[in-house]
Design a protein around this ligand. Structure first.
Ligand code: C2E
Ligand code: MG
Ligand code: MG
Length: 620
């Protein structure tokens, strides 16, 4: 075929492209939009367009040999365009590399398929690799032959790869993130992976640093981040060393916060995972030197190892989560192996829900009381009643485990009645036992369902009457979201309660709509600022960096809220006051009362009696 030109003058395909092509139109793609010249010029414009087009192209014969190539393709492959003529197109762009592409290519050549498009990794003459999108499609019209085009998509591929990398990695530790971990876990659990000679098993070490929150809270996020990065490095080293350059080292990922996972594909059994967990704990033993600080951390590790068949990512993660929880409960700084028997005893939501109502009758609930303290003078003003469930099987359960359940099935109504009565009785008891002290009020949490499903007003009125507690010594806490938009019954109930002299507090204020103007129209007298605001105070504003940024902003917001609340006639209680620094700031801002571990954890009623007795002794 030699150096047959791509197209003969007048736009007809070259002689080698077969007979009977005289009437074939010009390649429309190359002339599209160009009005046909009345007399064909010496060198038709499409020919030069083809020759100099930035897209690498060649016309190939139905047998797959290059009939003509343009400069860009020549440059791409390091051969002159003429030098490409007569060569097999498939060799130039590696179309035989995989069976599917090869047969699709054969079909396009034979006219049985309209087009082939594939991506190929090619090599430039200087050795540099590139990603190419190769397209083979018949020339339009009746012209025999096909057009091969090769687009360099390296830049796009690289960008895609970079984006994917960003999406799948944690920016702090540079480890694979949760998304990539789950992608890999799902792949590892593909039962077909078995077919490739794997062990058909999978293992997971799920790890959580003990006390990391304290590091973050006391030393700031920057130190926390540095610690996480250092931990990530040790875990990676540990995984590599354990596998000693054998293929299939565990995937180390950061699942979020201070949680990491080591995923062992094709694990060989629990021993292997136990060894890995052991070496992880070892690796973290040595203290961390972070610029000017030396920190020691421990970790708790949940270990699960099982057959791939019959396991799902969710089931495996649940097992790992439960096991990690055991490791923590067993005293931290340890690894624990998943134990199906222990798991069987794990409380289920259903088990709890089913036993809620009888538990009220059996007297399994108890109240603890947490002091509410005047910010200005540190005096005990009142207490919040917090319910606990002394479960015969599962031990003491905090309300987060069962209040939502009780709300769902309506058991909150009898439970709430019991709480109200017990708290009012207790408050009256303290008052009678400590007549020399100003009486303290009791604050009782009320779920919105109690307002809808029972006659709360009547319940409160009866309880106050029976216990003899003055209405002013009872405060009811409702969340903002419970009240928002509920124009009818709850608002009427609040008005009636407020009319009786009972105080209404908005609990966890700031987590919902934070609509002070709306709330001020309700008979509300106290705002309880959610703990998340106070937590924003934990940083020293002189510390520099990220800590400095978060602190003043929060302080400004809280200060504005407190001022507005005061102007609307509400008093403000800050929740979750844990440090004296927080207390000092809250005091400066004008918060009226504080509640939190700084003053006291929730305690048994006897401890509150002690506090009242101490206050009496401390009096001048
Ligand atoms: P809440 O009303 O916001 O109660 C405050 C919660 O914050 C309590 O958790 C308390 O132990 C905790 N807390 C107090 N000080 C601090 C602190 O300084 N730092 C931190 N991190 N936490 C602190 P608890 O007792 O687990 O109660 C959780 C929630 O359960 C309560 O949140 C309340 O919404 C609900 N709840 C408790 N008792 C009852 C009840 O009798 N009835 C209803 N409906 N809900 C209740
Ligand atoms: Mg509360
Ligand atoms: Mg609260």
């Amino acid at each position: 075929m030699g150096s047959t030109p791509l197209l003969t003058e007048g736009g007809r395909p070259g002689a080698t492209m077969g007979p009977g092509t005289d009437a074939a139109p010009r390649h429309p793609a190359l002339v599209s939009g160009a009005p046909a010249p009345e007399t064909p010029p010496e060198t038709p414009p499409y020919r030069s367009i083809f020759a100099h087009a930035p897209l690498a192209m060649a016309v190939i014969s139905p047998r797959g040999t290059v009939v003509s190539a343009n400069e860009t393709l020549g440059t791409l492959l390091g051969v002159t365009p003429e030098g490409l003529v007569g060569r097999a197109a498939a060799d130039l762009v590696d179309l035989a590399a995989d069976g599917r592409t090869w047969s699709a290519y054969r079909e396009v050549l034979a006219g049985d398929r309209s087009r082939l498009r594939c991506t190929r990794r090619l090599r430039r003459p200087d050795g540099q690799a590139l990603w190419a999108q190769v397209t083979v499609a018949p020339l339009d019209g009746d012209a025999p032959g096909l057009l091969l085009s090769v687009a360099d998509i390296s830049a796009r591929r690289e960008l895609q790869a970079r984006l994917r990398h960003l999406q799948l990695h944690d920016p702090v530790t540079l480890l694979p993130n949760r998304a990539l971990f789950f992608e890999q876990l799902t792949a590892a659990l593909d039962p077909e992976a078995d077919a490739y000679g794997g062990t058909g098993r999978v293992g997971l070490c799920y790890l959580d640093l003990d006390g990391f929150k304290a590091v973050n809270d006391t030393l700031g996020h920057r130190v926390g981040d540095r610690l996480l990065t250092a931990v990530a490095e040790r875990l990676t080293r540990c995984a590599e060393e354990a596998w000693q350059s054998r293929a299939g080292a565990p995937l180390v990922a950061r699942l979020g916060g201070d949680e990491f996972a080591l995923l062992v594909r094709d694990s060989t059994g629990t021993d292997q995972l136990a060894d890995l967990a052991e070496s992880v704990l070892d690796a973290l033993q040595e203290p961390f030197d972070l610029s000017d600080r030396r920190l020691s951390v421990t970790a708790s590790v949940g270990v699960v190892e099982r057959r791939v068949t019959g396991t799902t990512p969710t089931a495996l993660m649940q097992a790992a989560d439960t096991t990690l929880y055991w490791a923590k409960a067993d005293g931290r700084a340890r690894w624990t192996l998943f134990d199906p028997e222990r798991n069987a005893h794990r409380m289920t939501r259903q088990a709890l829900a089913a036993t809620l109502r009888p538990a009220i009758e059996r007297g399994e609930f108890a109240l603890e009381y947490q002091p509410l303290v005047g910010m200005a003078d540190g005096r005990l003003r009142g207490v919040e009643a917090l319910v606990r469930w002394n479960h015969p099987q599962f031990g003491v359960l905090t309300p987060n485990r069962f209040i939502a359940l009780a709300e769902e099935d309506g058991a909150i109504v009898p439970l709430g009645r019991w709480v109200l009565r017990t708290a009012c009785l207790q408050a009256r008891r303290w008052q009678l036992d400590h007549p020399g002290e100003p009486p303290i009020f009791v604050s009782v949490n009320v779920a919105v369902r109690q307002v809808w499903d029972s006659d709360l007003v009547a319940d409160v009125a009866r309880t106050l009457e029976e216990t003899g507690l003055a209405p002013e010594l009872l405060q009811l806490e409702l969340t903002e979201s419970a009240l928002m938009g509920s124009a009818g019954r709850p608002i009427q109930a609040l008005r009636a309660l407020s009319g009786m002299g009972v105080h209404i507090a908005i609990d966890d204020f700031g987590t919902g709509y934070s609509n002070l103007a709306y709330l001020s129209r309700l008979p509300v007298s106290v705002l309880k600022l959610d703990g998340s605001f106070v937590r924003g105070f934990q940083y020293d504003s002189r510390g520099g960096g990220r800590e400095a940024e978060s602190s003043p902003a929060d302080e400004v917001i809280v200060e504005a809220m407190v001022q507005l609340a005061h102007r609307l006639g509400l008093s403000v209680t800050a929740e979750c006051v844990e440090t004296s620094d927080q207390a000092a700031r809250l005091r400066r801002i004008g918060c009226d009362t504080g509640q939190g571990w700084l003053y006291s954890r929730p305690v048994a009623p006897g401890r509150i009696s002690d506090l009242l007795a101490q206050a009496a002794v401390g009096k001048p």
